[in-house]
Design a protein around this ligand. Structure first.
Ligand SMILES: NC(=O)c1ccc[n+]([C@@H]2O[C@H](COP(=O)([O-])OP(=O)(O)OC[C@H]3O[C@@H](n4cnc5c(N)ncnc54)[C@H](OP(=O)(O)O)[C@@H]3O)[C@@H](O)[C@H]2O)c1
Length: 259
């Protein structure tokens, strides 16, 4: 497939780009700063371009002749407000709306959208409220487009900010204060997330709503988001017959290294 990977220069995007490339897909990654994604250009079928995906003309040009669009854009700090601050509105809601318009206008048949577990218009955190409106924007796409929304809890793996932050703090401090010691997460390995995105691309059974697994370090809004348990109710393991990789088997391989 010929795939546009928006938000592909970040933590999840880097791992997903490697999976897509290994699967033989051609991948185009737009970024605000090409420097940030330079490491991805070594992947054989991956191209990186500097572009403003908020500009609808540029977005339409990026989408031409694509078989699928994947949107991973997300921010942890988007400002407060009712229902959320301008940064969350721009990245999580306005951008998905523009992406949906462009997907429809350009005739792209497939859209994969990254949300977050606990996304809800009534959630205590602005992050989760804005993610809910982003999901609604994605699902409002015309029926001609197969849409799949992913809702992970916290994602771990090389380059994460979740476990790496705590590992750094534990190395430097005798005591680590926890903002929400009772918070519940269902961490999922980034490679499993990437595998699930790849597996869902051709699968019609993943079109429409779909819950999938793992959060966030530490603004006040992030703390509010931890008041909602970030665990799945009715999902047993991973979709598409993938088996979930336990955190204990992977985390030591990258946390043990000096940072
Ligand atoms: N990491 C987790 O534990 C976790 C858990 C649940 C859900 N998620 C969701 O998964 C997605 C990817 O997360 P991540 O950890 O990979 O994030 P990340 O490393 O911070 O990467 C974010 C990506 O979004 C782009 N981006 C950020 N703000 C933007 C804006 N205002 N306009 C356009 N592009 C923007 C960045 O592109 P540039 O190159 O232009 O900077 C980058 O490619 C997000 O939607 C996040 O909410 C993550």
């Amino acid at each position: 497939m010929n795939i546009l990977l928006i938000g592909g220069s970040g933590f999840v995007g880097g791992h997903l780009a490697a999976h897509l490339s290994a699967g033989g897909h051609s991948v185009l990654i737009p970024t605000r700063r090409r420097e940030r994604a330079k490491h991805l250009t070594v992947l054989p079928t991956v191209d990186v371009v500097e572009a403003d995906v908020h500009d609808e003309a540029q977005l339409a040009a990026l989408m031409r002749h694509r078989d699928a669009v994947i949107n991973l854009v997300g921010v942890l700090r988007g400002g407060n407000g009712d229902p959320y601050g301008a940064g969350f509105a721009r990245a999580h809601v306005e951008l998905p709306r523009k992406i949906v318009r462009a997907v429809q206008n350009c005739g792209v048949p497939r859209l994969l959208h990254m949300s977050a577990l606990g996304a809800d218009p009534r959630a205590p955190s602005a992050y989760l409220r804005s993610k809910a409106d982003g999901e609604a924007a994605a699902f409002a796409v015309s029926p001609a487009v197969g849409v799949t929304v992913f809702r992970p809890s916290v994602i771990f793996g090389r380059g994460d900010s979740f476990l790496t932050l705590f590992a750094r703090l534990l190395r430097r401090l005798p005591i680590v204060p926890l903002a929400c010691p009772d918070a519940r997460f269902q961490p999922v390995w980034v490679e499993d997330v990437a595998a699930a995105f790849c597996a869902s691309l051709p699968r019609r059974e993943s079109f429409g709503p779909m819950e999938f697994l793992p959060g966030a370090p530490l603004t006040r809004d992030n703390v509010r988001s931890m008041q909602v348990p970030s665990v799945c109710d009715n999902v047993d393991g991973l979709p598409f017959a993938l088996s979930a990789t336990p955190l204990e088997t992977v985390a030591p391989s990258y946390l043990a290294q000096p940072t």
